[in-house]
Design a protein around this ligand. Structure first.
Ligand SMILES: Nc1ncnc2c1ncn2[C@@H]1O[C@H](COP(=O)(O)OP(=O)(O)OP(=O)(O)O)[C@@H](O)[C@H]1O
Ligand SMILES: [Mg+2]
Length: 333
């Protein structure tokens, strides 16, 4: 697997991405100045509580934000040095499913119940790789074999409802990697799976990554999964990245109070029950009515006067950045 800190093997460079929804409540700033880089062959986790903008970030990268009410109002999306934010819808059709693929949370919504597996896995290969006939069928079977569907020659004619939940998710994985993408976005891909099947699926994704070198953006609210899957992690809160860095740095030295709280809320086996189950007090603020200054301040145990101003994202260690006034002393501001 690629080491993010070596070389400039950046496949996706997201710069100051801003995606807003213009609703009757006001402007929902779902993604507000998000920047990160994704390196070839690495897995970047995006973590944060429900509603913080993880899915809208991935929909923005796919240029699939529902419009209206949504709009990408700013930023750059450099995919292999080309700004795909400038692409026409027609040009994007050649990118989606081919260079960037996406695996969604619920495989049943990603698979069409009225088509058999053969049709659905074959569709992207037909469109992007001009495959047809016998060659197409063989490629589909090969893809199913790659994602460990037993007896793929037989199962290829089946329909989604004839597969188990875990198998369906593996089929969605097969569709995702079928055209050999450079970026695979997996948005909570294991939420609907039970623990054992989830572990198998994560293992499978890792194996596929080792084989193909695909860079993965892994979206989750579960820090336990981040520890297993990711090389680097970006922590999102209320539409912004508040901290990013190497997984080890983030776990050993969380530098934003929100990251610290998220890590503390991973259930532990040792200690008394009440110590094992910690949850962050309060709720994230509504994205159309954010407090002035740091959005985490109302829930932060370390809040102080300075927090009425939004803190800049500053370097706290090599490759690690955090947006918290506690970290800016002597660095900026
Ligand atoms: N079509 C839409 N219209 C209006 N607001 C939207 C729309 N889609 C998303 N949002 C808002 O954008 C914000 C970010 O949503 P998003 O789906 O990215 O959250 P998330 O981090 O993926 O959460 P979860 O963990 O629950 O999937 C939310 O406040 C949500 O209400
Ligand atoms: Mg989501």
């Amino acid at each position: 697997m690629a080491n993010a800190s070596t070389g400039s093997d950046v496949v996706l460079d997201v710069q100051d991405l801003r995606t807003f929804f213009f609703t009757k409540w006001g402007v929902v700033k779902a993604v507000d100045g998000v920047s990160f880089q994704l390196h070839r062959g690495e897995t970047l986790g995006i973590v944060g509580e429900s509603g913080c903008g993880k899915s809208v970030t991935s929909l923005s990268i796919m240029r699939l934000v529902p419009s209206p009410p949504g709009e990408i109002v700013g930023g750059r999306l450099m995919l292999e040095n080309e700004d795909i934010l400038q692409y026409s819808e027609h040009e994007m059709e050649d990118v989606r499913g081919a260079k960037i693929a996406m695996i969604l949370q619920d495989p049943m919504t990603a698979l069409n119940p009225v088509f058999n597996i053969d049709n659905q896995v074959g569709e992207a290969l037909q469109i992007h790789k001009n495959a047809s006939g016998r060659a197409l069928k063989e490629q589909v079977i090969e893809m199913l074999r790659k994602v460990r569907i037993p007896a793929p020659e037989m199962r290829v004619r089946d329909y989604p409802h004839q597969f188990s939940g875990g198998m369906r998710q593996r089929v969605v994985g097969a569709i995702g990697i079928s055209c050999d993408p450079v970026v695979l976005i997996a948005d909570e891909p294991t939420t609907s799976l039970d623990a054992t099947v989830q572990a198998q699926y994560l293992r499978l994704l890792k194996d596929l990554q080792d084989e193909t070198g695909v860079a993965i953006i892994f979206i989750t609210h579960d820090f336990g999964i981040v520890a297993k899957m990711c090389d680097r992690v970006a922590v999102m809160y209320a539409g912004k990245i508040v901290e990013q860095g190497d997984v080890r740095q983030i776990f050993n030295n969380p530098s934003h109070p929100y990251t610290e709280a998220l890590i503390n809320s991973v259930p532990k086996m040792e200690g008394k029950t009440e110590e094992r189950l910690y949850s962050i007090p309060g709720q994230p603020p509504p994205l159309w009515d954010l407090p002035e200054g740091c959005s985490f301040a109302p829930r932060c145990p370390y809040v102080h006067e300075r927090c009425i101003e939004y803190p800049p994202l500053v370097k706290v260690d090599k490759g690690q950045m955090a947006a918290c006034w506690l970290r800016t002393d002597g660095k900026q501001g």
